[in-house]
Ligand binder design. Structure first.
Ligand SMILES: [Zn+2]
Length: 369
């Protein structure tokens, strides 16, 4: 079940004999894209180049490129990304047009001078990535509660979890679901806009020009939204604006950095210094992680499409706190230890293992229960 480390991955066969490396670069990117890798890492290590893919959040070695071919391939990548091919001692950022390498989306390229040689990271994007609400894979209890809460046009739904835990995907899926049932006016303030969702008004903050979350919100409230999505509540001003919006008949969906559901309440209390207001407006908190899913092609025994790891794709592992009357009292009294989740990580673990969606090792890797 462990990702392979030394031998090349199944299907690893880049064409290395060409003089201009055009085919090799296309082959590499299409290989990565076929496996839905989010990134390709090309790390020069003296005489050779190590190739790794980030698959479902985990870096997996897939093969090596010999010295001369590696130099041609890295040079070709930099050329396509419109970088200075002769510069190896300074970091550079560029973009390869998807059409130039036979992909549907552009590839972002970043180079960095490491001590053993240049390191290139190629980030891939996927158009069809956005999951629908039903495809998120939430346990039915969480799914039903979310659906009920979405129908109410006031109060706050907050999401937390580290970077890459699927919060944005969840929010976009919730918005799509919302638009299916009711064509309401949705405005988002994001940093940055990660995906364009038809039917909603998305805006991006620009702190360098003075457009912060708080400033954008102040103006956007005059645009008459019914639902407001805030990329992240990270300061007092934004927290105050978000609460004011939710009090005045807007559904507010936002993320906030915390390690647990009760941690969200603690942080919001600290940002606003008004537990009464927080208790009155908070309706639901989701604390989300992503765990790798047992490969559906081989049921976990290991095959070519999961690189013998037995795992492919990801599924949410989460806790949920529904703020009801008793929880409100606990928030006001600042007895946050009383805020037991309505759906706990233990229940999530039981659900994931009961449905054979992931492995025990994979859940334990996240160290949550
Ligand atoms: Zn498999």
């Amino acid at each position: 079940m462990q990702p392979l480390s030394d031998k090349p991955a199944p299907g690893w066969a880049p064409p290395l004999d060409e003089q201009d490396a055009t085919g090799a670069v296309e082959w590499l990117l299409q290989f990565a894209s076929r496996h839905k890798a989010s990134d390709v890492h090309l790390q020069l290590d003296r005489e050779m180049c190590r190739v790794q893919l980030r698959l479902d959040g985990v870096l997996v070695s897939v093969g090596e490129l010999p010295g001369e071919a590696a130099a041609r391939i890295l040079g070709r990548v930099k050329y396509l990304a419109k970088l200075k091919t002769y510069v190896e001692s300074l970091p550079q950022d560029g973009r390869i047009a998807g059409a130039d390498v036979g992909l549907a989306s552009d590839v972002r390229v970043s180079t960095y001078p490491a001590v053993t040689g240049e390191k290139l990271v190629l980030r891939l994007f996927y158009e069809a990535d956005q999951l629908t609400f039903g495809q998120l894979g939430f346990p039915s209890e969480v799914h039903t509660t979310l659906e009920q809460q979405l129908a109410i046009r006031s109060g706050m739904i907050l999401l937390t979890g580290p970077a890459g835990s699927g919060k944005t995907t969840t929010i976009y899926a919730l918005l799509q679901r919302l638009l299916e049932t009711d064509a309401c006016h949705v405005i988002t303030v994001e940093d940055p806009v990660e995906r364009v969702v038809p039917g909603i008004m998305q805006t991006e903050i620009d702190p360098e020009r003075g457009l912060t979350f708080a400033k954008a919100l102040k103006h956007l409230l005059r645009q008459d939204p019914q639902v407001l999505v805030i990329g992240e509540i990270r300061d007092e001003e934004t927290a105050a604006m978000a609460l004011r919006a939710s009090m005045t008949g807007h559904l507010v969906i936002a993320t906030l950095h915390a390690g647990s559901c009760w941690g969200v309440v603690e942080r919001l209390n600290a940002l606003t210094d008004d537990p009464h207001l927080v208790a009155g407006q908070l309706r639901l908190i989701l604390n989300q992680r992503l765990v790798r899913r047992i490969c559906t092609d081989c049921s976990g025994s290991g095959c070519g499409s999961c690189f013998d790891s037995g795992l492919q794709g990801r599924v949410p592992h989460l806790e949920m706190l529904r703020v009801d009357e008793s929880k409100r009292e606990a928030i006001v009294a600042k007895r946050l230890a009383k805020l037991a989740p309505t759906f706990s990580f233990e229940q999530s673990r039981e659900h994931l293992l009961g449905q054979a969606l992931t492995s025990e090792t994979e859940i334990n890797r996240h160290n949550l229960t």
